[in-house]
Write a protein that binds this ligand. Structure first.
Ligand SMILES: Cc1cc2nc3c(=O)[nH]c(=O)nc-3n(C[C@H](O)[C@H](O)[C@H](O)COP(=O)(O)OP(=O)(O)OC[C@H]3O[C@@H](n4cnc5c(N)ncnc54)[C@H](O)[C@@H]3O)c2cc1C
Length: 374
């Protein structure tokens, strides 16, 4: 083994980069491996808007808004050059949606103002619906944030095809470490993570040059970024039919421009670059952060788990996951990285709402692939 570390992280997207950053702050020696390089997966495609979730109150909304609050403080203190706190206006889609906004109001846990027609017009937004303005929200330069978080950490371009544990050490190629973190996004075949139900949703974003004065970002059924250095980001599509990556499609970015024309004056927008990638989500839209259950052991030792038994869980030694950040990777990653780093270094318990354990028993009982054991 050429070199050993406290922790190896596979995946240099925002999940891996934030985790590496926090572990390094806790004095861990960390190595990050990525098959294509930093932010080469979904993270590089992201418009990376960081804004609260609106709705009628739910545990997912509460977690998202806590993560939002943590994330904006994290980016402002860690990499302020790559976080643009432009504010984000949330605009109702139609009359019916506008009515719901008044029901959402009591659940706006983060700082906000109501924006009426005139304020929207002053900002260059074409909408008659009263909207919410979140002044603390904004967007990240996605690739730059990932690169910055990894700037003092060893990152190697390496396609991990297999992981194995020998004498208490994870061996990945020529590298070794006590702990291994899988932050591989929608690709989750290095360990048995079936119970987590990780799935990808393909998306496209387009960056357009423009002279339009637009000081604020906005979100309706898509996001429109403020004009930063002559570029307006439009994102993102949800192309659910695509199960595997394809080359980025200009046509998808132009659909976004067409859609944006109902919100802003798009007449001088010229497409400069198209980005695309997978968002990796979990079954219940909550992140997946924590230890990995030893599935082969559990099924072999306790086959009755498929019929409702609840045996004590055995984990794979020192194997962890940071995944399932869905369409809000840049919102969730800083808080999830903190939670995971505390689990790895201080053996602190992971919040049950993000611990992948929550999905295990149901998967055992309901998964058709386990029918033969039932
Ligand atoms: C078009 C689009 C727009 C988005 N907009 C926003 C937004 O506005 N706000 C927001 O917060 N989020 C947004 N997201 C979501 C965000 O990008 C994701 O939540 C985020 O990318 C998740 O990061 P990740 O690190 O888990 O995965 P990824 O970024 O996909 O990183 C996984 C990495 O693992 C590497 N890898 C996988 N397998 C291996 C292997 N075997 N060996 C080595 N390396 C491997 C990959 O190369 C990849 O770099 C958007 C996503 C898309 C696609």
């Amino acid at each position: 083994m050429s070199k050993t570390y406290d922790t190896i992280i596979i995946g240099a997207g925002i999940a891996g980069a934030a985790t590496a950053h926090v572990l390094t702050q806790k004095d861990q020696k960390v190595l990050v491996l990525d098959k294509r390089g930093i932010a080469s997966g979904g993270s590089g495609a992201a418009g990376a808007f960081v804004s609260p979730k609106i709705g009628k109150g739910s545990s997912l909304q509460t977690l998202t808004n806590k993560a939002f609050s943590f994330a904006k403080d994290f980016y402002l203190s860690t990499c302020p050059d790559y976080f643009h706190q432009t504010g984000v206006v949330r605009i109702p889609k139609d009359e019916a949606d506008a009515k719901k906004f008044s029901e959402y109001e009591p659940f706006n846990e983060n700082k906000y103002e109501n924006y009426k027609n005139e304020q929207l017009q002053e900002q260059g937004i074409c909408s008659d619906f009263e909207s919410f303005y979140f002044p603390e929200a904004g967007d990240c330069d996605a690739k730059e944030v990932c690169a910055f978080l990894l700037s003092n950490i060893e990152v190697v371009q390496f396609y991990v095809r297999q992981i194995k544990q020998e004498d208490g050490l994870w061996c990945v190629g020529d590298y070794g470490a006590k702990n291994l973190v899988l932050a591989t996004g929608y690709e989750s075949d290095l360990a048995d993570l079936r119970y987590m139900g990780i799935k990808g949703t393909w998306g496209t974003r387009g960056d357009f040059s423009s002279k339009l004065v637009l000081g604020v970002s906005m979100h309706q059924s898509m996001s429109v970024g403020a004009n930063i250095d002559g570029i307006i980001k439009l994102g993102a599509t949800h192309e659910k039919e695509l199960k595997e990556p394809v080359p980025c499609q200009e046509a998808q970015a132009l659909i976004l421009k067409e859609k944006a024309s109902s919100l802003i004056d798009t007449s001088d927008l010229e497409l400069q670059e198209v980005f695309c990638g997978m968002r990796a989500g979990s079954k219940d839209y909550f992140p997946l952060v924590g230890k990995v259950i030893d599935i082969p052991f559990m099924l072999e030792t306790y086959p009755t788990v498929t019929r409702g038994a609840k045996p004590e869980i055995k984990y794979v030694d020192n194997l962890f996951v940071c995944n399932g950040l869905g369409g809000r990777g840049f919102v969730f990653a800083p808080l999830m990285a903190k939670i995971l780093a505390e689990c790895i270094v201080e053996d602190k318990e992971v919040d049950v709402s993000v611990d992948p354990d929550r999905l295990f028993l149901k998967w055992c009982r309901k998964s058709p692939e386990l029918d033969t054991l039932r």
